[in-house]
Write a new protein. Structure first.
Length: 356
C-alpha cells in the first residue's frame, strides 16, 4: 500500500512543479524539413501559467521575428501551449489570419537543464492546410533570462513587468541600456560654440587687451620621431586559453557549405572569428542585422567530423558576445544561436553523411 501511494502521487508532484522561466530550443517542420529557433517565456501567477513565444527565421538574408502571447494549460500530465495573438513581428507580409499553433509538451530533465518536448500542429483553414512538427526546449541552469532573445524583446515592448521570473530592477536596467544604445550622442564641431543654457545669465565679452608678444627663445632643432605602433593580435589569439562548449551536432551531405553570421538581437558591436578545424575562415566579423556570408569548401583531409568554433573577439557594449550562425547545406538551413565570452567559446560539430 505504501508503494502504491508513492506510484500514484509522484507524477502529480512532478507535473505540478514551477515551469516559469525561459525555455530555449527549436521547432522542426515536417513539411519544409527546416528547423527554426524558438523561445518560450512562461510566467506563473496564482497557480496558473501564461506567457509569450518568440520565433526567428531567415528570408533573403534578413531575420524575421515574431512574438506572440500564448496560453498554457496542464492536462493529463502534459502542457498544452496555444497561440493567442501577435504582439510584434517584422514580417515583409502580414501573417496568415486564423492560423494558430497548438503544442503538446512533456516535462523531463537531463544533466544540465529541464526539458519540454513534444509535437505541434496548426489548425486547417479555407486557405491553409495544417502543418505538423516537433518541439525541443531547454531551461538551462546557467542561462540568465536577461541574456535571452525573448526577454530582451519583451522588455523593449514594455512587457517586462508581465514576467514573474524577472526582477523589476533587472527589466529597468535592460530598458535603460537599450534606450542608451539607440540614442545617438550629440557632438559639437570644432568650430561650433556650444549652446548656452536658457537660464544662464548673458554676459558681455571683456574688452580685448592688446599684448606685446615677447621675443621667443631660439627653437631647438626638431627631432623626427617615428611612432611605434604594435601590430594587432591575430584573430583568435587566445584560443588555447579558453574553454570550449559544444552546443550542437549537425549532419551534412554537401561538400560546400555557406556560413552566414548575424547579430543576436541589439546591434552592440559584437565581433566574432569563425574557425574550422582550428583554421580561421572568417576573421573578426562585426555582427550586424544583415548577414556576412562565407562559402566553406570541405575536403577529404578535413575528416568526417568537422569542428566549427565561434570565437568572441570582444563582448560588445552589452555582454556577453551573442550571435546567430546559419549553416546552409544545399536546400537545408541550420540556425545555431551561440554565446561566448573571453573565457569560453561555442563549438558545433559537422558530421558528414553519405548522399542518398
Amino acid at each position: 500500500m505504501k508503494y502504491l501511494f508513492i506510484i500514484l502521487f509522484f507524477p502529480l508532484k512532478l507535473f505540478a512543479q514551477d515551469i516559469s522561466g525561459v525555455w530555449i530550443g527549436s521547432i522542426y517542420n515536417d513539411t519544409t524539413r527546416e528547423t527554426i529557433h524558438y523561445e518560450l517565456a512562461i510566467s506563473e501567477a496564482k497557480g496558473k501559467e501564461n506567457g509569450y513565444s518568440h520565433t526567428t527565421f531567415i528570408i533573403d538574408n534578413v531575420k524575421n521575428i515574431g512574438v506572440k502571447s500564448v496560453t498554457i494549460k496542464l492536462k493529463d500530465g502534459h502542457y498544452y501551449v496555444v497561440d493567442d495573438k501577435y504582439i510584434y513581428n517584422n514580417y515583409p507580409e502580414p501573417p496568415a489570419k486564423g492560423v494558430k499553433m497548438f503544442s503538446f509538451l512533456s516535462l523531463s530533465e537531463n544533466d544540465s537543464a529541464e526539458v519540454l518536448s513534444g509535437i505541434w500542429r496548426t489548425n486547417p483553414t479555407k486557405i491553409y492546410r495544417p502543418l505538423t512538427g516537433t518541439i525541443f526546449l531547454e531551461k538551462k541552469k546557467k542561462v540568465k533570462p536577461q541574456e535571452t532573445l525573448i526577454v530582451g524583446e519583451l522588455v523593449n515592448l514594455g512587457l517586462g513587468d508581465k514576467l514573474s521570473f524577472l526582477q523589476p530592477s533587472v527589466a529597468a536596467d535592460m530598458l535603460a541600456i537599450n534606450r542608451k544604445a539607440n540614442i545617438p550622442e550629440k557632438t559639437v564641431a570644432a568650430n561650433e560654440t556650444p549652446s548656452v543654457a536658457k537660464n544662464s545669465i548673458e554676459q558681455k565679452p571683456a574688452p580685448e587687451v592688446k599684448k606685446v608678444p615677447a621675443t621667443p627663445p631660439p627653437a631647438a632643432p626638431a627631432v623626427k620621431t617615428v611612432p611605434v605602433i604594435p601590430p594587432p593580435p591575430p584573430p583568435a589569439a587566445e584560443l588555447a586559453k579558453r574553454k570550449i562548449e559544444s552546443i550542437r551536432t549537425v549532419d551534412i551531405v554537401q561538400d560546400s557549405l555557406i556560413f552566414s553570421l548575424y547579430d543576436n538581437g541589439t546591434i552592440d558591436g559584437d565581433t566574432v572569428s569563425v574557425l574550422v578545424n582550428g583554421k580561421v575562415v572568417m576573421p573578426r566579423v562585426g555582427l550586424l542585422e544583415r548577414a556576412t556570408n562565407k562559402t566553406i569548401y570541405l575536403t577529404p583531409e578535413m575528416g568526417d567530423t568537422i569542428n566549427v568554433i565561434m570565437y568572441a573577439e570582444n563582448l560588445g557594449s552589452i555582454p556577453p558576445n551573442t550571435g546567430l550562425l546559419v549553416v546552409r547545406d544545399g536546400e537545408r538551413n541550420y540556425e545555431i544561436f551561440f554565446t561566448g565570452d573571453l573565457k569560453q567559446n561555442a563549438e558545433i560539430k559537422l558530421v558528414r553523411k553519405k548522399k542518398n
